[in-house]
Design a protein around this ligand. Structure first.
Ligand code: OOB
Length: 551
């Protein structure tokens, strides 16, 4: 048996006076995932909890499955506190597995279905995960191949479970047959870390975000209330549910917390989703802006009845007011803008806000205890209504990443504020308007891409002398990525470079959308020392050129 486990047990600690305040205010109630699932299953066992593919699980069935998996994971040798990579698409097994891990006191590490070996290896190293749970295949990709490679590269990942045809690996289905009836509903405390979420990764590779039962369940409870969820709510998981937005804002977890029904869509496109909305009478879903555009385009032509939809949430990237305005007339539902981050802070427009607020702002914080600072470049508070850097701390915003002192030093102030990297302004009513990002990342249809990470992949190509990756406004994606390349030893073809990046085993959304060859970068010495300035300069040149072409 090989373990690295120099990797520490994940923790998330707020200073004592803050923790006491959050408990006294009733935000943190020492609730745990394992316990509330059991409570729901006892209160309404026969109500349907999860629908996906040809499966329909009641609350009792989900609870039984969670216990069976929990027992199975423990019998296989996993121990409380061990990390488990969860790499599953939108299928009921995703929910079964995470609920099973919670019940056993095991810690899921969420990966997106689009992630490939490079990202998964990084999460396996960063978390010290001892197990991997993946799908057999999804959207044309074979996760068993990835699992084989992972086992080779990270031998401390001792266990692999596969949903579907498992080949040489253990089948998740056999775990469901374990008798878990004797397991307690929970072994955790509210202050324990429940899971590791992944960051958007503004510099370099993604960081791991430890979230506690206390802090995350607080967001579920409040999100469900703010979004008006209850037993009659039917949530459609259209975006990948491993992402924080469809997971908890209020997402599938908030829906289950409120006793509603979760319907899982295998893909987010409107053709697939509309059929499910009609069949299951879906009332609420969450989308990123480019998907909303597709939905708005198809809705007037669609044959399906979308009349059950009450709320369309949009977030992950900036929604334009023009598009926002079309939601109610075209989809017949109330728009809710959501501006959040996996590190914590989530803002919502409220369902009964005036149209002008819903259309023009990205909402206000969940909690009265969310502290917001908007600072200028020198770190001084801006005048009311002016734009500045958003910093925040509060009862569900982390104080530290997992096992990453250098990122922690960069991302948090001494008094515990998280530097979001977003530039915002606050309206007189206390709502936030997102103006942009200070950091060098690309927000491609809600997927965050680190410029630095892609530059590193490009630099590994033998014909790349230097590379700088920037974001460019894009009509459909919001932003797309453009790589500026100084070639050497002859010029590689753009397709070759894209193929090269894919070949490095990274998520497809990170492959540059556009490649521009240049002879050299900046001429001034100043630009040579700062990649940030270089990227800004290249971006400005590209935009000026596009403007000149009337583009
Ligand atoms: C959500 O979470 P992440 O961690 O993938 O990305 C966070 C970043 C924010 O810092 C901001 O730059 C951007 O995504 N963002 C938005 C936005 N919502 C997120 N930018 C403009 N307008 C919005 N509405 O993306 C996330 C997590 C929970 C709920 C919703 C989104």
């Amino acid at each position: 048996m090989s373990t690295i486990n120099s990797n520490p047990l994940p923790q998330q600690v707020w200073p004592a006076e803050f923790a006491e305040r959050y408990r006294a205010a009733g935000y943190w109630r020492n609730e745990t995932f394992g316990a509330w699932l059991r409570e729901r299953a006892t209160a309404h066992p026969d109500r349907i909890a999860v629908v996906g593919g040809d499966q329909r699980w009641s609350y009792a069935e989900l609870d039984r499955r969670a216990s069976a998996l929990a027992a199975g994971f423990l019998q296989a040798g996993l121990q409380r506190g061990d990390r488990v990579l969860v790499h599953l698409p939108n299928i009921p097994d995703f929910i079964g597995v995470v609920m099973g891990l919670f019940r056993a006191g095991l810690i899921p590490v969420y990966a997106l279905p689009a992630h490939r070996i490079t990202e998964i290896e990084h999460f396996a190293k960063g978390s010290g995960a001892r197990a991997y749970v993946g799908a057999a295949t999804h959207a044309g990709f074979d996760y068993r191949t990835l699992a084989r490679e992972l086992r080779g590269r990270c031998p401390w990942v001792e266990h692999v479970w596969i949903s579907g045809e498992a080949e040489e690996f253990a089948a998740l289905d056999t775990l469901y047959a374990t008798d878990g009836a004797a397991l307690p509903a929970t072994v955790s405390q509210g202050s324990d870390v429940a899971f590791l979420q992944i960051s958007g990764g503004s510099t370099g590779l993604s960081k791991l975000i430890p979230r506690t039962h206390d802090d995350y369940i607080y967001t579920l409870r409040e999100s469900a209330r703010i979004c008006g969820l209850g037993p009659d709510s039917v949530f459609l998981g259209a975006l990948p549910i491993a992402h924080n937005f469809p997971m908890s804002s209020p997402g599938f977890l908030g829906t289950l917390y409120a006793g509603g029904r979760v319907v899982l869509s295998p893909a987010p496109d409107p053709e697939t989703a509309f059929a499910l909305i009609e069949r299951e009478s879906v009332t609420v879903t969450s989308l990123v802006p480019p998907l909303l555009l597709q939905w708005l385009d198809l809705a007037p032509k669609a044959r399906q009845d979308l009349g059950s939809l009450r709320t369309i949430q949009v977030g992950g990237a900036k929604l334009s007011a023009e598009v926002a305005r079309r939601v109610r007339p075209v989809l017949g539902a109330t728009l809710q803008q959501v501006f959040g981050m996996a590190e914590g802070l989530v803002n919502y427009t409220r369902l009964d806000d005036p149209d002008e607020i819903i259309i023009h702002t990205q909402g206000r914080p969940i909690s009265p205890a969310d502290e917001i600072l908007i600072l200028d470049d020198e770190g001084r508070p801006v005048e009311p209504g002016q734009a500045g850097h958003l910093l925040t701390r509060g009862p569900y915003t982390i104080r530290a990443y997992h096992d990453n002192p250098s990122a922690n030093a960069r991302s948090f102030t001494e008094d515990g504020y998280y530097r979001t990297g977003d530039v915002v302004r606050m309206t007189p009513e206390g709502y936030l308007e997102v103006q942009g990002r200070a950091g060098d990342h690309i927000n491609r249809a809600g997927e965050k891409i680190s410029a630095e990470e892609i530059e590193d992949h490009l630099l590994s190509h033998p014909q790349v002398f230097d590379a700088a990756v920037v974001s460019v406004p894009d009509e459909y994606l919001g932003e797309r990525s453009c790589a500026f390349i100084i070639p050497k030893d002859g010029k590689p073809r753009p397709v070759e470079l894209k193929q090269w990046i894919r070949g490095r085993g990274v998520a497809d959304f990170k492959v540059p959308d556009q490649i521009v060859f240049v002879e050299r970068f900046a001429s001034t010495a100043a630009l040579k020392i700062s990649r940030k300035a270089l990227r800004a300069d290249l971006r400005a040149q590209l935009l000026a050129q596009q403007d000149a072409q009337g583009n």
